[in-house]
Design a protein around this ligand. Sequence first.
Ligand code: FEO
Length: 396
Amino acid sequence: MLSTIKDNVHLLRFEKSHDDLFEGCWPINDGVSINSYCLTGSKKKVLIDYVESGASFDDDLARLGLRIEDLDVLILNHMEPDHTGALSTLFARNPSIEVYATKLGATETETLYGHKNVHVITSGEELDIGGMTLVFYAAPNIHWPDTMMTYLKEDGILFSCDAFGAFGAYQSVYDDELTEREWALLKPETERYYANIVASFSSFVIRGIKSLSGLDIKTICPSHGIVWRKDPSYVVNWYLKLASYAEGPREDEVTILVSSMYGNTISYVQDLERIAKEAGVTTHTVRIPDVGSSYALEKVWRSKAFVVAAPTYERALFPPMAHCLDWFVRKEVKDRAVMHFGSSLWSGGAAAEFKTYAEKMKLDVVDAFDFRGKGTEDDRKRIEDSFRALLAKVKA
Ligand code: FEO
């Protein structure tokens, strides 16, 4: 889908289906867009980023009176295959196109695609494409090591690669066009995108945003999600806040992760939600595996504390919950208050495995125990008392 952002600056959007998984593992129930940008300077026709394997922007380019063969420059802000998977086709049709990339991106372009016409950028370097000046800024590890951003000086447009992106497919192109319903989707889908894709690189996000603070950014064009033209500072500050959750402070909220095989473990959750409500603390309850680790990460990332309610399965933690906690370790969730409880019949074992995850994440464990079957009144009291202690830490 083609949209013109400004004279000579065009957005090309490829919508991924809600049936796909992003990066092969993250659900995109509301889709996601892969954004590329075509800049038509008087000297050079430029494409910023491309698209995944099997897709193309031929139709959109045709509307601009262009073909792949007409492009002079391809800027690769990073090499992840959602933006580069179709490069073999592009290079076959336009073998002389000049690629601009960081040193790492250049190496990958040459190694993976055998394309030799690659210019290695230096941060701050400019390229005049005819009435339009592009400036390149290295932005390593937001979120790939080869990442850079491209800035159109005359119009203050930042092509920010994956930074400031979101899951979700939106009819609207710009922040000022979003309907109430789209905003309601954009909020959690930005936070889930951040927690799933960018969270582990939060220190680089903070550093990268600070390094761009001298730029007059009037519009942000990310490689996923919407274009921010009315208030680009909104998404910049939002990303800074999401990055700040890595070390804290975080929100006075508790995420309750719950798995249940026969209804015993989950039978306690409603009371926990009530107790939290009475204490004025927001809860987010996420079923595992029904809703899944992607959504659990989104909520846990922002929360000061979380509950792992999961039974024992074959002398260990219920496997889908163990898988979820493994994601947390990989995504550098740490330093939060936590409690665990869960039903077991024969041996127990969930609490012991939970503690190994808690140790890896340096969590502050308020309590962790297995109870038998439905549990006793003493078990109920222990769960509720521990949960109140957890809430006290949230409110401290
Ligand atoms: Fe949208 Fe890191 O690729």
